[in-house]
Design a protein around this ligand. Structure first.
Ligand SMILES: Nc1ncnc2c1ncn2[C@@H]1O[C@H](COP(=O)(O)OP(=O)(O)OP(=O)(O)O)[C@@H](O)[C@H]1O
Ligand SMILES: [Mg+2]
Length: 465
């Protein structure tokens, strides 16, 4: 199997057990022996095994629940039974409880090795499959992170240096600046890429639930804990744990997290078995953690632990030169998804996009382009395709407003402005009043009223009557 692991043999027949153990040790396995279910129980509390080879009679009556009733053991350990022809019923019961295979006594040692190898292989591929199904790692690539502005180049240079290390990274930045994308890209370009990239949203769960999510719990740890649960920390072993929105974690949970980060071990809630983990921590927050620390809502010691390296993703309005690049890449993506011919961005439209304040950053830009591509009928996105953005909120996170219009020095007349705005929008919408109303954020009734009030007419409306 390539990489040999730990095997536990549970058998009261000491001669056969010792012989089997010797053979398996010869194959480079790390083998331990137990002569009873009780002894196996003791060993299993201390360590985990890749494979358990057990005489079936030692598992029935209390032993089965212990060995196979635990998700943790089941998900990471293969159980192979040894049985005599007379114990068929017991074998059936234990197989139903989750054992992988059984081998009938007497057996030759070659046959045993073959069976064990096969059982390990099956489990290996099961894991592989779960991994491949679960991970959409293609999206988390540095190649997908678009940007050539000096600010982004600086971020890249830093990421290049730190991806391969185990250092904890804190990614800060406003909403939609790409924190999750960067966290995933760091993981998948690190030596931990073959293991899990496990995400936890600290804002979505509170206190007890978040702790059980992070550390797992034993059955009955609290009301409602009807099954044992493996926490995210354990799942992230040898991989990366991404703690998203860490600024929203309660002070109590912060204390527990700090302990785990310092000692690299923990217990599941309601459990006393110490679990060791090796998980790289990447955290993210769109809040100003220094401010939360000053307000006594974030532990400073935890901050230093998670912030060994700080990666700050600047807001889009501070790297406006990236806007057309991002826009074109999103146009290509959505055109392919929506089967459209749109491929380019008119320079005027690019200028228009560069002026926007982008409070929602790259995510907002992505959404706007999706909408524009959807409406577009040609091969190029033009300013008209983007006019709906005028109805969007222009208020930035820092309260600054980006001007929608340049007010001329001599001033302007509001009713004239309204008239030309409505006409311009109607033109952009092929004079479909309903669509223009949506763009201007008013009801169809109000639009109709304005059209009448302004005495607007269009041949299309006559045709439809
Ligand atoms: N530089 C970039 N190049 C390409 N796509 C990007 C870039 N930055 C962000 N995106 C895309 O923008 C969207 C938002 O990014 P992401 O979810 O990583 O942001 P975030 O910072 O985690 O936001 P939030 O704080 O709201 O969770 C994603 O679809 C992501 O793929
Ligand atoms: Mg995010």
């Amino acid at each position: 199997m390539g990489q040999a692991g730990r095997i536990l043999i549970v058998d009261h027949k000491s001669r056969i057990r010792q012989e089997t153990a010797a053979v398996l040790r010869g194959l480079d396995f790390n083998v331990e022996e137990a002569d009873s279910g009780d002894q196996a129980r003791v060993l299993l509390k201390k360590a985990s095994y890749q494979l358990i080879l057990a005489e079936v009679s030692l598992l029935t009556g209390g032993g089965v629940e212990f060995l196979l009733g635990q998700d943790a053991i089941l998900s990471s350990t293969v159980v192979v039974l040894m049985a005599s022809a007379s114990s068929v019923d017991d074998v059936a019961a234990v197989m139903r409880a989750g054992a992988t295979d059984f081998i009938q006594r007497p057996y030759g040692i070659d046959e045993l090795c073959l069976r064990l190898e096969k059982a390990l292989k099956v489990r290996f591929y099961e894991h592989e499959l779960t991994y491949l199904r679960g991970e959409r790692n293609i999206i988390y690539r540095f190649e997908n992170f678009i940007g050539e502005s000096p600010a982004i180049k600086e971020v890249f240079a830093l990421l290049n240096k730190v991806s391969n290390s185990n250092a904890s990274i804190l990614i800060s930045g406003e909403t939609g600046t790409g924190k999750e994308l960067v966290a995933g890209a760091i993981h998948y370009s690190s030596p931990r890429a073959a293991k899990g990239f496990i995400k936890v949203n600290c804002a979505a769960l509170h206190d007890n639930l978040l702790e059980s999510e992070l550390f797992g719990h034993e059955k009955g740890a609290y009301t409602g804990a009807s099954r044992q649960r493996i926490g995210r920390f354990e799942q992230a072993d040898r991989g990366t744990l991404f703690l998203d929105e860490i600024g929203d974690m309660s002070i109590g949970t912060q204390a527990k997290l700090l302990r785990v980060l310092q000692e690299k071990e923990f217990e599941r809630l309601g459990g006393d078995k110490t679990i060791k983990v090796d998980a790289r921590i990447i955290s993210a927050s769109n809040k100003d953690l220094a401010k939360i620390i000053r307000e006594d809502n974030f532990r400073e010691d935890l901050f230093y632990r998670i912030n060994v390296i700080n990666v700050h993703l600047p807001p889009l309005r501070e790297r406006r030169e990236d806007i057309p690049l991002l826009a074109v890449s999103f146009i290509r993506k959505f055109a392919a998804d929506l089967k459209k011919n749109t491929a380019t961005l008119h320079p005027d439209a690019a200028r228009f996009l560069k002026q926007h304040h982008w409070p929602g950053n790259v995510r907002e830009l992505q959404n706007c382009i999706e909408r524009a591509v959807l409406m577009n009928e040609g091969s190029e996105i033009v300013t008209e395709d983007l006019l709906f953005m005028r109805g969007l909120c222009q208020d930035g996170g820092d309260g600054e407003m980006s001007p929608v219009f340049e007010i001329p020095p001599q001033g302007l007349k509001l009713d004239e402005m309204e008239r030309s705005l409505i006409i311009e929008t109607l033109e952009a919408c092929n004079w479909v009043q309903k669509d223009a109303a949506v763009m201007l954020g008013i009801s169809k009734r109000v639009m109709n009223y304005k059209v009448k009030q302004l005495g607007l007419a269009n041949s299309r409306w006559l045709k439809n009557k």
